[in-house]
Design a protein around this ligand. Structure first.
Ligand code: RIB
Ligand code: CA
Length: 320
């Protein structure tokens, strides 16, 4: 029987690859896609998701979710926008307001129910436990778990693309998805749900190359070609951002989906206790307890993945 999942996205370039991977995989049954603010405003992440699901000719329900973090911006009034970099006088971005290469319009609309209500109703009423995969800020799930804590009992596993043990991206300490809504992540950790982090360290260890992009394009499918373009676009952005020519880029979110399908894509992980820093210079950092006598473990934290296995899986699921 396929594994039932809820996918929570802020689409978003690499989120698009996660959606295509999940919807291309017969071992998964995507019962709903929840959209959240993050890479872009929630109106845009929802619209991008709808257009993509429509292009894939799927009828998976899409739910619009939270427009901002649970607590963070009560203190800091204004959200910061992801800044573009300028290359040859042109602004380039890692996430464009609209995903390129999709129809300008779609008839597909978000469900009337909001994403938080969907989590609550779906998890209250499901017969089978559901795996939740979050690849954006965890606001929707954090709100749902706060409102109805008992829904945790029906979550088989929570797989989070987020957190870091070593690298940072949005700050020197933190990974973007956790940094955007650290309280939401901590609420999930406190909920008793089995949690696996697919961290920034793991996604960087399995970065996809321009060679990989070629192979994906050669599949000749919509998903293969779309992903190839995303790898190239992200590599161009990373190169301009770092000021040196790179040949690879981390495509974070689809690694979390692949980990839900086949855990052997993860090659290093530890069972440990994680707490999220909620303020200050380490805001949003996932802090692993490495004391001699650590607190009892509350998650599995993945730090390495197999590039080759990841690519094999993408070739399989994006080849349809
Ligand atoms: O840090 C990587 C994460 O931040 C990914 O989910 C990406 O989509 C961005 O939002
Ligand atoms: Ca994302």
């Amino acid at each position: 029987m396929p594994k039932k999942i809820i996918l929570d996205v802020d689409t978003g370039s690499d989120d698009a690859v996660a959606i295509m991977t999940a919807l291309g995989c017969e071992e998964l049954d995507v019962v709903g896609i929840c959209c959240v603010w993050g890479n872009l405003d929630v109106e845009d992440t929802t619209e991008n998701t709808l257009r993509l699901v429509s292009a894939l000719e799927k009828d998976t329900p899409v739910y619009k979710g939270a427009p901002t973090a649970i607590a963070k911006y009560l203190e800091r009034a204004v959200k910061e926008d992801l800044k573009p970099v300028v290359k040859d006088g042109k602004e380039i971005r890692i996430h464009y307001k609209r995903l390129e290469g999709l129809e300008a319009e779609t008839d597909k609309r978000a469900e009337e129910k909001d994403a938080v209500s969907f989590y609550i109703d779906c998890l209250k009423n499901t017969k089978d436990k559901i795996t939740v995969i979050t690849v954006g800020p965890m606001t929707n799930l954090g709100l749902a778990l706060s409102a109805v804590p008992s829904i945790a009992e029906n979550i088989e596993e929570l797989i989070i693309m987020g957190g870091t043990d070593r690298l940072g991206n949005v700050s020197e300490c933190a990974e973007a998805n956790i940094w955007h809504d650290p309280e939401a992540a901590q609420i999930a950790l406190n909920s008793g749900v089995p949690v696996t982090f697919v961290s920034l360290d793991a996604t960087h260890s399995a970065s996809l190359t321009l060679e990989d992009a070629k192979k994906l394009r050669e599949l000749g499918t919509f998903s293969g070609k779309f992903t190839a373009r995303i790898i190239e676009q992200r590599t161009e952005f990373d190169s301009a951002f770092c000021g040196k020519e790179l040949d690879r880029t981390p495509v974070h979110d689809s690694l979390a989906v692949c980990a839900a399908i086949d855990r052997s894509v993860i090659t290093e992980s530890e069972r440990c206790h994680v707490r999220v820093a909620l303020s200050g210079i380490a805001d949003g950092r996932t802090i692993i307890d490495r004391r001699d006598v650590p607190s009892e473990s509350n998650c599995v934290f993945a730090t390495k993945a197999s590039h080759d296995k990841y690519m094999d899986m993408l070739l399989k699921y994006l080849g349809k």
